[in-house]
Design a binder for this molecule. Structure first.
Ligand code: G3P
Length: 229
């Protein structure tokens, strides 16, 4: 397993896990975000018309934007997915992991509609999604940790499976709760980690950085004063 991990050298991409346009606008200026993921709970918080919001986010973000279907029947999922895919070329349709979801992914992948199979809690679920043709699979790390499992193990297993069998699917480490999750996702060579804005912001911080900035500026100011005298 360790050898497998060492061989890989792809770059971890960071997506922002939010439907809030202000957060997206701000994070984009930092130059570290290459996509966005949303889910019905995140969209509901914004209290905006879904399709209008998805369009606005797609126009802002140069990379993939995941928008989720709410149907539970494959035929209805497909109809919803086709409509979402029409909004913008960078829409990725999020489909919940279930048999109906797999059926929908199979059809959609043949049509060239990009999919992100969500609510993945085991490597077997992720493997099935990849075999059905999912563009992305999203194992939920934090929610697995919440119930006493090691969420990152699912990410690691999936990355190994997908790369060993040369499947084109990418693994998104989702349900990221803190900066260590991002580091762990990078250590197991996840293709993507999708992070809430708060987590992204806390990744920028270190108390020694703040102390260092203050000390540099103090030293600088002291000499400036002496020079003026
Ligand atoms: O990307 C999935 C994510 O939005 C779920 O996160 O914190 O609700 O488990 P959480």
């Amino acid at each position: 397993r360790e050898e497998n991990t060492k061989k890989r050298c792809a770059v971890l991409q960071l997506f922002l896990d939010t439907a809030n346009v202000e957060e997206i606008k701000e994070a984009l200026t930092w130059g570290v975000i290459s996509g966005v993921t949303t889910n019905p709970s995140l969209v509901a918080k914004e209290k905006r018309e879904f399709r209008v919001l998805v369009k606005e986010i797609c126009d802002m973000v140069p990379g993939p934007v995941s928008a989720e279907v709410i149907s539970l029947d494959s035929k209805e999922m497909i109809v919803e997915a086709r409509e979402l895919a029409k909004i913008a070329p960078n829409v990725v349709v999020k489909i919940p992991m279930c048999i109906e979801g797999l059926k929908a992914v199979k059809v959609l992948s043949k049509e060239g509609v990009k999919t992100n199979v969500t609510l993945v809690f085991s490597a077997n679920q992720g493997l099935l999604a990849a075999l059905a043709g999912a563009t992305y699979v999203s194992p939920f790390v934090g929610r697995l940790d919440d119930v006493g499992n090691e969420g990152m193990d699912v990410v690691e297993d999936l990355v190994i499976l997908i790369e060993n069998y040369n499947l084109p699917t990418k693994v998104i480490a989702a349900s990221i709760r803190h900066p260590m999750h991002v580091l762990e996702a990078a250590r197991v060579s996840a293709h993507v980690a999708t992070v809430p804005y708060k987590v992204l912001e806390s990744m920028t911080r270190h108390p020694l950085t703040d102390i260092g900035i203050v000390r540099f500026l103090d030293d600088w100011a002291k000499v400036q004063k002496e020079l003026i005298r």
